[in-house]
Design a protein around this ligand. Sequence first.
Ligand SMILES: N[C@@H](CCC(=O)N[C@@H](CS)C(=O)NCC(=O)O)C(=O)O
Length: 205
Amino acid sequence: MTKAKLTYFDLAGSRGEECRLALHLAGIEFEDIRIKFAEWPALKPTTPFGGMPILELPGKPPLSQSNAILVLVGRRHGLHPADDFEAARHEALMLHVEDLRHAVGPTLRIKDPDHKRTAREELATLVIPTWAAATERQLQEGPFVAGAKLQVVDLKLFMVARWFVAGTVDHIPATVFDPFPKLTRLYKAVAEHEGVKAWYARTPT
Ligand SMILES: N[C@@H](CCC(=O)N[C@@H](CS)C(=O)NCC(=O)O)C(=O)O
């Protein structure tokens, strides 16, 4: 293998897409391997921890866990703070994104429509606003977490916010982040970032 390789589902969201974006912004040419859902059961037991994304770099074993991938790419390519405390603060926010994904994830598997609605309404009225208020308290003058410069943490926040802002999660209004101006500003600034726009100009959302 002579080139980096990123393996994830064939969809433009969540943990895989934030890693693709980080690689793209870092200027790393990579093989963008997209796995069909039907292919996943056979692949899963061969992966480090049974989940994707997975980053492969020449001469290294496969690296799993989205935050580990983001931090590695960020550290090597100026997209993660050099200061260790500031880096830890960014990593805390990245884990905060994972906490939200873990809160929403189980509702994706609920089959009963009434049960699903109740669970999603609790997310929309309580869990997500509480999560967003805590995020908002971590944001300062912006538009990004570190100020003027986009870092991998911003990609992760953007990706989770886009999930809801797109309005595709049943019973969660696309306006759920409207009361949070700093988070909304960050989301818009990432969407308007030239490197991010360049990625979406060549790769469908
Ligand atoms: N903590 C892991 C979670 C990995 C994970 O659960 N990825 C999902 C896709 S976003 C997955 O592989 N799901 C299929 C499965 O768990 O079988 C990370 O941050 O990368």
